[in-house]
Design a protein around this ligand. Sequence first.
Ligand code: SAH
Length: 341
Amino acid sequence: MTKTDILSLNLAELEEEIIAMGEKKFRAKQIYEWIHKKKVTEFSACTNISAQFSERLSEKFCINRLKVKKRLVSSIDNTVKYLYELPDGERVETVLMSYNHGDSLCISTQVGCKMGCSFCASTKAGFVRNLTPAEMLLQIYETERDSGRTVESLVLMGIGEPLDNYDNVIKFLRLLSSPEGKNLSLRHVSLSTCGLVDKINKLAELKLGLTLSLSLHAPTDEKRSAIMPINKKYGVKEVIDACKNYFDKTGRRISFEFSLIAGVNDNRETAMELIKLLKPLSPCHVNLIPVNEIKEGDFKKSPNVKSFQKFLTDGGLNATVRRTLGADISAACGQLRRDNI
Ligand code: SAH
């Protein structure tokens, strides 16, 4: 019999399981706190449950772990990049970053990615599978265990398209914010998407309080479809309408990511098109990212980042340049990959 992955169960599901084992309901909350708050890795470490019950728990459930296959520490900043091995041997990367406001973790949501953005390393080796809610949580728990640091904010910007793994991501977010677990407010979470419109609209209805980051990278269908295949399915107007709906429903302003690529999307004309597109969505925020070069692509960093930013701010948009962290260990946006051996 395969064991149930206990870290992927929410409290209500665990209560059902525990009652079905003939135990009292309150035991479920105790166990949930042991595995999520105290992060025990064996049932025998739960000191307020009997040895006999802990034995029965380990027959029925497993507490999964991720193995640190590689740990790269940046010599420029405090960034640490982990290559984790999942229980089935697949691998993903996770990046721990340090900011003035505390430590932030960038997690992966899928093994590989189907989206095919031409500038992103994470999609180059294709898609393998979705991560489970537990595998997303474990990137946090294992990183906290390994580094001794506390994750205070989270970005879903690692490998994969989070909204292409919608149900598991939503379950993960609920586990993450549950008071009996890590209890992280979803106001400290940003989710980045290449623009799956139906899922953005679904997410808006949940009013979870998280920040939506939209990977825009080009302001017109012609320019966006040339670098992001998803734009052929959901065009610029549809994506922008979905962002407007997200803002209207949740009151959370949208953050637009724009990776500046030399000769592709970094001229004045593009800046003007962007202003026209985003002005109706103000207050919103544009995050400019000098594109990170990857070995499969010939895209080069734009030399015009500062002037592009000035065009936008002069045009009335709020635009900042994202600080690149972990550049010496390929831990920056779009550089994460699952075959990093
Ligand atoms: N699939 C999600 C999250 C992944 S990446 C998404 O598409 O949003 C997080 C951000 O890094 C996205 O905005 C992505 O477009 C951007 N990115 C990808 N490759 C990049 C690169 N080489 N340089 C700079 N940013 C990149």
